[in-house]
Ligand binder design. Structure first.
Ligand SMILES: [Zn+2]
Length: 377
């Protein structure tokens, strides 16, 4: 099997396993909802609302976790290992999942308590909840690089003087103050390479996987740094938070309408009835599916702009293409997914499209550019 075939097989399986996981989750929530399970699980007389919400949320989410555990193992561990994308020992992989699950679960529970508390007192709950959660996500963005990422990676400041010089030079040419670069020890877990701009305000910094430093020549790393610097220059963390906030506001408003329309028919005492939790979860899940292509479309636009900036700043499309080729190989990327798949699921333009953009810079005349669809390397 060629590398391209392996990537196609890997992504086809990952996609269908994700779809299966989604179908199982919807069926699970639907069964609980129409079977009145949440009502039967609720003791009489009911406990205080916040305890009721917490107990139901914990029981229901643990139930789903148990149900989808084998799927998560196949998708997150067995397949990536089989395709050479993961070498983390099973125990450490489980520990990472436990930490992520506990953190995500605690934050989700906090958000749920807030929403149900507001649902009880105000018809404008969707507005207040979206505002408070927006504030929460801003705070979370600030602490991610200093509190959250270190739970999963060891972080060290970038030591390489040559790369630091290149970054300083890039920043000077872009007219911005240089920002810190930190290296995460991804090589303990996987061969996959990546970089990101994280944090906000004083915690804003570029994170690089050590796999990138080990596998990429300096001019290709410079391309990647230039792309991340572009996110900094364009204020993309801030833009992303605003879009996320707007999506949340829209989602809560529609969820409020749907909850008000359906709760009576399902024997609930009102939208704030904790027994309606599976209904609320189902509504949020379905609205999330609708919102995903919107958020991904915005993200692809931002990423294209960052690529354009990186190409203009480095004036080295060859290095950019080299970095893309290497990323594709290490990450076993799906180089050219269908337009539909890219539209719904991709937060970045596909690798082949990113390479085409750089090639157009190599050969500005449309007559001399290679035919669309031809693969580099
Ligand atoms: Zn990016």
């Amino acid at each position: 099997m060629t590398e391209g075939d392996r990537a196609t097989v890997f992504h086809r399986w990952q996609f269908w396993l994700a779809v299966f996981n989604l179908v199982v989750t919807i069926a699970y929530l639907g069964t609980i909802l129409w079977g009145g399970v949440a009502r039967r699980l609720s003791p009489a007389p009911p406990p205080p609302w916040w305890l009721h919400v917490a107990a139901l949320a914990v029981v229901l989410s643990l139930g789903r976790r148990l149900l989808t555990l084998p799927l998560e193992w196949v998708r997150g561990y067995w397949f990536p290992r089989r395709f050479g994308l993961l070498h983390q020992p099973f125990g450490r992989w489980c520990w990472d999942r436990v930490k992520a699950g506990a953190l995500g679960g605690a934050l989700a529970l906090l958000a749920l308590e807030l929403v149900y508390g507001l649902l009880r007192v105000s018809a404008w709950w969707w507005l207040w909840a979206a505002l408070v959660l927006f504030g929460g996500s801003v705070l979370l963005t600030v602490v991610v690089p200093v509190w959250i990422v270190p739970l999963f990676y060891r972080l060290d400041p970038l030591e390489d003087q040559g790369l630091k010089e290149r970054l300083l030079d890039l920043a000077r040419r872009a007219g911005v103050t240089v920002i810190g670069v930190w290296v995460a020890d991804q090589s303990r877990k996987s061969r996959t390479a990546n970089a990101a701009l994280t944090g906000l305000g004083g915690t804003r910094r570029i994170l690089l996987f050590d796999t990138l430093l080990a596998e990429f020549p300096p001019e290709e790393i410079e391309s990647v740094l230039a792309h991340e610097l572009a996110h900094h220059v364009h204020g993309d963390v801030r833009r992303g938070l605003l879009v996320q906030g707007a999506v949340l506001l829209g989602t809560f408003w529609v969820a409020g309408r749907l909850l008000a329309m359906t709760n009576g028919r399902l024997g609930l005492e009102g939208p704030a009835d904790p027994a309606g939790l599976p209904l609320f979860a189902l509504i949020l899940l379905l609205l999330g599916l609708v919102a995903a292509p919107l958020a991904n479309g915005f993200s692809r636009r931002v990423e294209r702009q960052a690529d354009g900036f990186a190409l203009a700043a480095t004036k080295n499309p060859g290095a950019f293409i080299g970095a893309m080729e290497r990323l594709a190989r290490l990450n076993l990327a799906e180089r050219r997914p269908s337009r539909l798949k890219e539209f719904f699921l991709y937060s970045h333009p596909s690798i082949d499209r990113r390479i085409e953009m750089a090639r157009r810079m190599l050969s500005p005349s449309p007559l001399s550019s290679p035919p669309l669809g031809e693969r580099a390397g």
